[in-house]
Design a protein around this ligand. Structure first.
Ligand code: AMP
Ligand code: ZN
Ligand code: ZN
Length: 415
């Protein structure tokens, strides 16, 4: 008797000391856009992350989402955000040169990443803020600067060192804000899967572990939302920017063996897409030299020859010459090749992306789950330019002009 009384007193004390999470009863149509960098579409079946699978079962899973060319991080995130192809939003690569600004852009160049001059089009957070909603971004390329004079109400400077737990818990705290301050569009970003894919290749234990680690964060988010009574009331749009191809490092094309690099003004030595800005009048000479020696596992394109289907040609930041290897190959310069050789790394298998956007290895993830989405549906593949219109529709926003067509994704949503 005395024991059970003590127990009851203890329970009452606990109930007072740890107040239950307050339920949110006035939630408006909400989208949580989650990017899992480098999550290849087949990882879902291969590694069976339980929370992602749960959301997919409750909602819509695309067979895959087709990324845009080049299959790199910044161009594709910003395509998802704007519904524009990279040549129409201006982030044509992770690394690029603008002849008008006479300036270079790169992921690590904070002052350029945060300079509005690079970012064209209208990303979803700007559409939302302009139409009276609030947006919050725990990372997403483009959210660290004003675009069209507008930035998300809540945002963070990119810092890959911030733990995933902090990202999730901070986003959850935004939901505790009163209605007028609570964001209805939230973005999140996780890099673990991309990092592991690069370092250890897509079909490695490390990549599987990274997928399961990020999945735990999806679980943490779902738990937090459930405690607030809204896990079934918000919409999840879970995407990746591109997939990942396995690359035996022996599959290296040593490009500077084929032409005189002093004929170029600048070269972006990115393994999966080399950009060459020739010196005045030297484009032809470089083109012919490379063309005559380049192995079949790579192609050189003069700007005018870039395949139409890449939708990547008519922009001042796309250089006169580009070299694109096949998936599974990388382009290096001799210095880097010799370093890899001397360090005994040529037999390593690593991971790469940036290739042809129709390559199966580059296929991206799409899961849409929540009250706006159909339940238990598998969707035919669609392009990542379609996500913007979908999010606008869910949020009741008028979309800015873009390259998507709502008809292509309308069937994913409930009437
Ligand atoms: P990639 O070179 O295309 O594989 O780019 C992936 C890397 O982009 C990640 O490992 C991150 O370090 C980096 N990244 C992602 N988002 C941002 C951001 N907002 N600002 C700067 N770097 C970022
Ligand atoms: Zn990426
Ligand atoms: Zn990457």
């Amino acid at each position: 008797m005395k024991r059970s009384l003590t127990f009851i007193v203890l329970l009452v004390f606990l109930a007072i000391a740890v107040p239950a999470q307050e339920k949110i009863r006035d939630i408006r149509p909400t989208v949580i856009l989650i990017s899992i960098d480098g999550f290849r579409s087949d990882y879902l079946v291969r590694y069976r992350p339980k929370y992602l699978l749960r959301l997919a079962r409750r909602g819509v899973l695309a067979q895959w989402m087709t990324p845009s060319f080049p299959t790199k991080t910044f161009p594709n995130h910003y395509t998802v955000a704007t519904g524009l192809f990279p040549s129409n939003h201006g982030i044509v690569a992770n690394n690029m040169y603008d002849p008008e600004f006479d300036a270079e852009f790169g992921l690590g160049k904070r002052e350029e990443v945060q300079n509005p001059r690079w970012w064209g089009g209208e990303p979803i957070w700007v559409t939302a803020e302009k139409q009276g909603e609030r947006a919050g971004a725990y990372f997403f390329p483009g959210t660290e600067t004003k675009i069209g004079g507008v930035q998300p109400t809540y945002w963070r400077d990119y810092d890959g060192e911030v733990s995933n737990e902090t990202r999730v818990d901070t986003v959850l705290s935004w939901f505790d804000l009163p209605l007028g301050k609570r964001p209805t569009l939230v973005t999140m970003y996780f890099s673990d899967v991309d990092d592991a894919g690069h370092g250890f290749s897509p079909e490695s234990e490390e990549t599987r572990d990274a997928v399961l680690r990020v999945d735990e964060m999806i679980g943490r988010l779902l738990d937090g939302l459930k405690n607030r009574g809204i896990d079934r009331k918000v919409n999840f749009v879970i995407v990746s920017d591109h997939g990942m191809a396995a690359v035996p490092q022996n599959n290296s094309i040593i490009l500077d063996d084929y032409f005189d690099t002093s004929l170029a003004e600048r070269i972006f030595w990115v393994s999966e897409l080399v950009q060459i800005w020739p010196k005045q009048g030297k484009a032809d000479e470089i083109y012919k030299a490379i063309r005559s020696k380049l192995p079949k596992s790579a192609k050189i394109f003069a700007k005018s020859e870039i395949p139409e289907r890449f939708k990547w040609r008519d922009h001042k930041r796309i250089p006169p010459l580009v070299v694109v290897p096949d998936p599974g190959w990388i382009i290096v310069n001799r210095e880097r090749f010799e370093k890899m050789r001397d360090e005994g790394r040529l037999n390593d298998v690593r991971g790469s992306h940036g290739y042809d956007n129709l390559a199966p290895e580059m296929r991206a993830l799409f899961i849409g789950s929540g009250p706006a989405f159909k339940s238990g549906a598998i969707a035919a593949p669609f392009r990542n330019v379609e996500v913007y219109n979908m999010m606008c529709h869910i949020l009741g926003l008028t979309p800015a002009p873009n390259d998507g067509d709502f008809k292509n994704v309308e069937m994913l949503l409930k009437k």
